[in-house]
Write a protein that binds this ligand. Structure first.
Ligand SMILES: Nc1ncnc2c1ncn2[C@@H]1O[C@H](COP(=O)(O)OP(=O)(O)OP(=O)(O)O)[C@@H](O)[C@H]1O
Length: 247
């Protein structure tokens, strides 16, 4: 279970909170979607939860572990799929995955089997020994995902895992995540694809200006919003139609 208490982040040089006094509980085996307009605070929140960013105040624990007291156990427990590709372009897919797997203590036949198993399910086994720089966006996204799940994390954080990929890659990624969830991994993901989130997530929270504006089961949120027939209509009712440009 992930328990978040009054979590806040104010970046240096800004005069506002990107995440503000946020409280949330995410249960084991949920597929939880963090949705919100550009600049709402989704990446900031997920970066704090995956220990990539230090909160300004507040706290959170994952299965009772905190970064402060249980850094190493926590790192082994979670997987992180960042928005940007975290891959070495001049290395092959296999070399990249060996590197990431070994960082989690995997080695030998076990590591090899896991890499080939994931590559096969995600349709990439024939490209195992090709360099990443020759890969399409969809192929890189799938490798990025494998790099984060080789150690079978109990909790997986994904920041827009299907951005910029074709429908085929998107479906392969979602199917792989559903299978992972079936084996017991809790999934927390951010997305702008509301139709995808509506079908994929067990529960979602809509975030705006660093605060949760509503949360619940997609079907319940749709039923509760007058004249809303899908999650996108709930989203627009809750966050408004104004553009969120800032610089
Ligand atoms: N390193 C930073 N320094 C200063 N401000 C930042 C920094 N990173 C993010 N912000 C600001 O914090 C707010 C929340 O940003 P964040 O990236 O978390 O939003 P988001 O919901 O993930 O947006 P998007 O959908 O565009 O990825 C924005 O106003 C953004 O400009």
């Amino acid at each position: 279970m992930i328990q978040i208490n009054q979590l806040s982040k104010k970046y240096k040089g800004t005069d506002f909170f990107s995440v503000s006094n946020l409280d949330l509980i995410i249960h084991e085996k949920e597929i939880f979607g963090l949705l919100g307009p550009n600049g709402a605070g989704k990446t900031t929140l997920i970066s704090m939860l995956s220990s990539l960013l230090k909160p300004t105040s507040g706290s959170f624990s994952i299965n009772g572990l905190t970064y402060h007291d249980n850094k190493n156990e926590l790192k082994q427990l979670i997987g992180i799929v960042p928005q940007e590709y975290a891959l070495y372009p001049s290395l092959t897919a296999y070399e990249n995955l060996s590197y990431f797997g070994s960082m989690y203590g995997l080695k030998g036949e076990e590591l090899k089997d896991k890499i080939h198993g994931h590559l096969k399910t995600l349709g990439l086994d024939q490209f195992a020994h090709k360099r990443i720089k020759a890969f399409s966006g969809g192929m890189k996204r799938r490798i990025n995902l494998i790099a984060s799940i080789l150690h079978q994390p109990k909790v997986l954080f994904l920041d827009e895992p299907t951005v910029g990929v074709d429908v085929q890659s998107k479906n392969a990624i979602i199917a792989h995540l559903l299978a992972l969830n079936e084996t017991g991994t809790t999934i927390i993901y951010t997305s702008h694809h509301l139709n995808e989130a509506e079908n994929f997530c067990t529960r979602v929270a809509i975030i705006d200006h660093g605060e949760i504006v509503c949360k619940g089961f997609p079907k319940e949120l749709i039923a509760a919003q007058e004249n809303a027939y899908n999650l996108e209509e709930v989203f627009l009712s809750q966050t408004g139609k104004a553009l969120r440009d800032h610089a």
